[in-house]
Design a protein around this ligand. Structure first.
Ligand SMILES: Nc1ncnc2c1ncn2[C@@H]1O[C@H](COP(=O)(O)OP(=O)(O)OP(=O)(O)O)[C@@H](O)[C@H]1O
Length: 475
């Protein structure tokens, strides 16, 4: 990241100056503080981006009081501003590529805000198989999964596998169209198994990550570390295996991993968009192994299940949405649960920004441009990127490129959000499309835009206007 790209947030600069004289900010803590990049103040909240969970945890735990006190001193209205730490993996990317200057305690933020976090401060992080090691998303649990006709069998099989790994069905192969809950089920298996068997080693991986890991292991001569990562586990879950199509060497690596795990009574769970026999570009020996255990599918949910999913989502996000509005959204979007959730976010964001009553009329207005992909033109990611670039008067290359300036970064995040919501592309695929970015960067972008839509009218309007523009794309 260049110095030029660090947003200038005067209140943060003033807070840093205050903290300079605060003895609670030890040199170790200063290391973490230097990693924070202030993004700006919105609705009374100062947003600080940090590169990883460890830094977020340290700032929240050790520096919350000093930062809050400093904010109270520097702000004209004491107590009016609080702060929020957000993990932004793009900053971690920057660390990998940027030189790492060593800064003295209290160095001003104007130099690149990057220095190594102190290694001896790590013990606060729980040792052993923590959920972050396994890369599980706690939002995707069985508790949050709504069971209906369309997924009842897949759900039951997933629960059975979590309760008795390698005993019930091995492998478990779940297939179905995009956005119907396959990834959710994988994470839920991991989450439930961990809650039942404390020390169990669980690993979730997307097929793209598996491929990249494999390629890196060859490039860096680290084959044994690769093997250990995927073979020293009790449950291996690999998402969207169709992406290994045509990648003979990666398939070979997976084939050996699979055999080792299976031979040692370790559980393998696989997802795909089609059943094993329809997987093209795979060797027969692989396809037949995928058929050894149980094959089950997830289908598009019926109306009742869609309403139940929306109700659950509204509850977990603490959104007050009348039943008839949930029903309306569920009738409007029928094929993809990710789009269903996107529609709910928009309707509730619009109501909260305008402080208006959430009723069917409002939902109709907001969703008039959302066309169910069942009966609409298919929207291509390139349409989304072109429409977003045009809207922000940027070039398409700006969105694919590496500029971290605030305006380009926001436009890129909106384009990523729309690609996730309106197309069938997986997170890694979207990452690849936007200049080979990591899938966690896309995940962060989607979360951030969904949150900002509720808080900032400008962002809400931008997303809506680009959607309207997309509605006009015809082919
Ligand atoms: N039965 C369900 N109950 C609650 N939420 C669900 C259910 N099914 C899917 N979802 C939600 O829908 C969204 C999309 O699901 P998910 O990412 O698991 O789909 P997927 O089938 O893995 O899609 P892709 O193949 O594109 O990765 C997630 O936010 C997930 O939590």
């Amino acid at each position: 990241m260049s110095q030029h790209d660090v947003p200038d947030v005067p209140v943060w600069t003033a807070v840093l100056a205050q903290l300079d004289a605060d003895e609670r900010v030890t040199p170790q803590m200063q290391g973490f503080l230097n990693l924070a990049v202030a993004q700006g103040v919105m609705s009374g909240t100062l947003y600080l981006d940090v590169p990883n969970d460890l830094t977020a945890a340290q700032l929240n735990k050790r520096l919350r009081a000093p930062i809050m006190e400093a904010l109270a001193v520097v702000d004209a209205e004491p107590g009016a501003i609080s702060f929020r730490v957000v993990v932004n993996p793009e900053l971690a990317d920057a660390h990998l590529t940027a030189p790492i200057p060593v800064q003295s305690a209290g160095a001003p933020l104007s130099s690149p805000p990057i220095s190594r976090p102190p290694i001896d401060d790590v013990p606060d992080v729980a040792p052993g198989a923590s959920r972050s090691d396994t890369r599980l998303n706690p939002k995707y649990s069985f508790d949050n999964f709504v069971i209906g006709q369309s997924n009842r069998f897949a759900h039951a099989a997933a629960v059975a596998v979590a309760e008795a790994p390698a005993k019930a069905y091995n492998p478990l192969f779940i297939y179905g169209d995009s956005g119907l809950g396959k990834t959710h089920l994988l994470h839920a298996i991991g989450d439930y198994a961990l809650s039942l068997y404390g020390g169990i080693r669980v690993r979730y991986v997307s097929s793209e990550e598996f491929t990249n890991d494999f390629i890196n292991s060859i490039a860096n001569n680290r084959g044994s570390a690769f093997q250990a990562r995927y073979r020293d586990v009790d449950i291996l879950m690999i998402d969207d295996i169709q992406f290994l199509q045509g990648k003979a060497e990666t398939q070979e690596a997976f084939f050996h991993t699979f055999n080792t795990l299976h031979d040692h009574d370790k559980q393998v769970v696989i997802t795909s968009d089609v059943p094993p026999r329809h997987l093209t570009g795979f060797e027969d020996r692989m396809r037949s192994r995928f058929e050894w255990g149980l094959i089950t599918d997830v289908q598009a949910p019926d109306l009742e299940t869609r309403i139940a999913i929306l109700r659950k989502k509204a509850q977990s996000e603490r959104l007050l949405v009348p039943d008839e509005v949930l029903e309306y959204i569920a009738t409007k979007v029928s094929s993809n649960i990710r789009e269903l959730e996107g529609a709910l976010i928009r309707v509730s964001a619009f109501a909260s920004l305008n402080r208006s009553t959430l009723d069917i009329a409002l939902a109709q207005t907001v969703l008039r441009d959302i066309v169910d992909t069942d009966d609409a033109n298919v929207i291509l990611p390139t349409d989304i990127i072109a429409a977003t670039a045009q809207y922000f008067r940027l070039s398409v290359d700006d969105l694919y490129g590496s500029s971290r300036s605030q305006s380009v970064a926001t436009a890129r995040q909106i384009a990523m959000y729309l690609c996730r919501e309106r197309t069938n592309l997986s997170l890694p695929k979207i990452g690849q499309l936007f200049g080979n970015r990591d899938h966690t960067t896309v995940m962060y972008a989607c979360k951030k835009i969904a949150e900002l839509m509720k808080e900032r009218r400008s962002i809400y309007n931008q997303v809506s206007e680009i959607t309207t523009q997309l509605g006009r794309v015809s082919r």
